[in-house]
Design a protein around this ligand. Structure first.
Ligand code: ZN
Ligand code: ZN
Length: 145
């Protein structure tokens, strides 16, 4: 499947070709901390099918496996883009939130479930606001943040 995407400010964009069956949720604690979200969703892309425009910043971390992992993000808007291992990676792991077609890409597997936030495993029972605003603190008007 051909996809495209980029960061929030538009400084970095890409085209890629992926297998939708490889979309995976990661509940590891690094994904929680680095993404600022309860879990992260990734899809691998072969380097030969990844056309990147722009220069993301990189943050090097040592993964749970002991390998060095580079996680990339836009230096201007901070949006997470992808990660990879090693000097000559064969794959990058795209962050699903950066993919324009993300609504069509249902995850097929979830990993590191041992560190999953218990409430994040099923949010269907959380009361829903019918419009697109966030729940405001008491006395604050709803608006995007
Ligand atoms: Zn940006
Ligand atoms: Zn993870």
């Amino acid at each position: 499947m051909k996809i495209d995407g980029g960061c929030h400010c538009g400084a970095i964009t890409y085209d890629a070709e992926i297998n939708p069956d490889n979309v995976i949720i990661c509940h590891c604690t690094d994904c929680q901390t680095i993404s600022g979200a309860p879990y992260r969703v990734n899809v691998p892309v072969s380097m030969s099918k990844f056309d990147l425009r722009g220069a993301p910043k990189e943050y090097l971390k040592t993964g749970d496996s002991g390998d060095q992992v580079a996680t990339t993000f836009c230096g201007n808007c901070g949006a997470a883009l992808y990660s990879y291992k090693g000097d000559e990676p064969r794959f990058v792991f795209l962050r699903l939130g950066s993919v324009r077609q993300r609504a069509e890409l249902t995850p097929k597997l979830q990993g590191f479930c041992c560190s999953a936030l218990p409430w994040a495993m099923d949010i269907s029972g959380v009361p829903q606001i019918p419009d697109d605003s966030h729940a405001p603190p008491r006395g604050v008007r709803p608006e995007h943040r």
